[in-house]
Design a protein around this ligand. Structure first.
Ligand code: AMP
Length: 491
């Protein structure tokens, strides 16, 4: 945090009051750097990822601009500010921030994304709005239906621009840009500055000021990370055990597939934990409900696919779990960026099958450090193996398919595993810590491999085994579930 205060940034009293109510004391570095330039009317190219406070970095000066230059005759369906974001969740959360910071002003905002009925949006556009937060696909639908007029836009924000490009939105963005006034202020936020982002920036920004906070990987440095080597087939059992034993009260678990997210959530619930899955196949209402339950503490474990989780913004999420490692290493950084926010320490645990070691290496390459490996906790009960668990991973694939509606996870790599069976990890029941549980189905069919496959036998060479033996690292606060089943060395 810097020495700059919100007051010294010349923000109006209603905005300052809202910030005080939020408990914000000082601007984060991105806010301290960006706000003066935005207030001065300059275009901005900002390198900042989720968790840095970037949303307030653009929202606060935008609110200030609207307060400074009120319009007497605001027209319906003509926003003065357009904020484009890649996903429905992020769109909703950015608009929530706008509402929070603008609660003591008369600024009107609106959220717009696909996958929901368009009619309520059309109705909302019949009233004057100041700030529109939208995903590119649904925005275009409204433009095509002429229910939206962007000719009065004074400020354009491209939030998480790298993600929008990643998700194939470039053509939609260009179509939207074509109908925006040429004279406007444009702010582009991106976690990474790839060549594509630079090219986009050249096309949309005029003499931008460049600001940058905390290089992309600094999150990785303040998050306590650990790897457990666990065969894919046993991950659900091991994770359920770890969560039960640790008493984690708020844990976000990333899975590679929607199906995997569902199966894991079902398993956790069956084991007495409170869990919900969130992914692109769920209705918007179901996703919102799951997120609300997670935020309010009603649900301790939220299982999410990468894209569905992208917009989740929860203060100081204490614990993130990678049920599988992402095959795009940058996604690891984004995932663990969900914890350790706003300077607080967080904890990220990864369950890694031997097949995933190549992903682990790639991740360690980009975060430039070795992730400590700890012995896999014992004391868990193996379930019967399932063919789908042992199927080979799908081929590596980067996201490329355009998602017109900002719908999370459509076309995400890793959907629909092959049903081919591969019993390489059929080691359940081999005695590594498995405890008896009357509820458990009959044992696994296949013979165990030599040695306990729950141990780091498939570990990357030379990886340190620091940390308490087999212990999840975050300090438990309140139990995520009722009484634990057995004591083990997982403490
Ligand atoms: P963002 O990077 O915009 O997703 O923000 C990350 C989190 O930091 C959000 O939950 C904000 O509520 C919080 N936040 C933003 N600005 C501040 C601030 N100046 N002080 C404390 N927390 C903040």
């Amino acid at each position: 945090m810097s020495n700059i205060t919100f007051t010294s940034l010349a923000l109006a009293e209603p905005i300052l009051r809202a910030l005080t109510e939020q408990g914000y004391e000082t601007p984060t570095p991105i806010q301290a750097q960006a706000i003066p330039h935005v207030l001065a009317g300059q275009d901005l190219l900002a390198a900042a990822q989720t968790g840095t406070g970037k949303t307030a970095g653009f929202t606060l000066p935008i609110l200030q601009h609207l307060l400074d230059k009120p319009l007497s005759n605001r027209k319906a369906g003509q926003p003065r500010v357009l904020i484009m974001t890649p996903t429905r969740e992020l769109t909703a959360q950015v608009e929530e921030s706008v509402k929070t910071y603008g609660q003591h002003t008369s600024v009107k905002s609106m959220v717009m994304f696909g996958g929901v009925n368009i009619n309520p949006q059309i109705n909302a556009l019949r009233k004057p709005i100041d700030i529109l937060v939208a995903t590119p696909g649904r925005l275009l639908d409204h433009l095509n239906q002429k229910t939206l007029d962007l000719s009065a836009v004074e400020i354009l924000v491209l939030d998480e621009a790298d993600r929008m490009l990643d998700m194939g939105f470039i053509r939609d963005i260009r179509k939207v840009l074509a109908v925006l006034p040429k004279t406007r202020q444009t702010l582009l936020f991106s976690a990474t500055f790839t060549d594509d982002i630079r090219q986009l920036a050249r096309g949309v920004l005029t003499k931008p000021v460049e600001v940058s906070v905390a290089a992309r990987n600094t999150t990785a440095e303040r998050v306590d990370q650990v790897v457990y080597m666990v065969p894919q087939a046993h991950k659900r059992d091991v994770l359920s055990h770890i969560i039960s034993e640790s008493g984690w009260y708020q844990v976000l678990v990333f899975t590679r597939t929607k199906h995997g997210a569902n199966r894991l959530a079902e398993k956790l619930v069956k084991d007495g934990l409170t869990a919900a899955a969130i992914h692109g196949n769920k209705s918007q209402a179901a996703r919102t409900r799951a997120l609300d339950d997670f935020k309010s503490g009603k649900v301790a474990v939220l299982v999410a696919t990468d894209i569905a989780a992208r917009g989740i913004d929860i203060d100081q999420l204490p614990q993130v779990v990678n049920f599988e490692l992402p095959n795009v290493p940058e996604d690891y950084v984004h995932r663990i960026g969900r914890t350790g926010r706003a300077g607080s320490a967080g904890s990220a645990m990864s369950l890694v099958d031997r097949d995933e070691i190549k992903y682990l290496k790639a991740i360690e390459g980009i975060i430039k450090r070795t992730i400590p490996q700890a012995p896999t906790p014992t004391g868990w009960t193996p379930s019967a193996p399932n063919a789908a668990d042992n199927a080979p991973r799908p081929p590596q694939q980067r996201r490329s398919a355009p998602r017109r509606d900002g719908n999370a996870n459509n076309g995400h790599a890793g959907q629909g595993r092959s049903a081919t069976t591969n019993n390489r990890s059929g080691a359940a029941g081999s005695g590594y810590g498995a405890s008896t549980n009357p509820g458990t189905r009959s044992g696994p069919r296949s013979a165990p491999r030599s040695g306990p496959s729950g141990s780091p036998s498939g570990a990357p060479r030379g990886a340190p085994r620091s940390g308490p033996s087999g212990a999840p690292r975050s300090a438990p606060r309140s139990a995520a579930r009722p009484a634990s089943r057995s004591s083990s060395n997982s403490r």
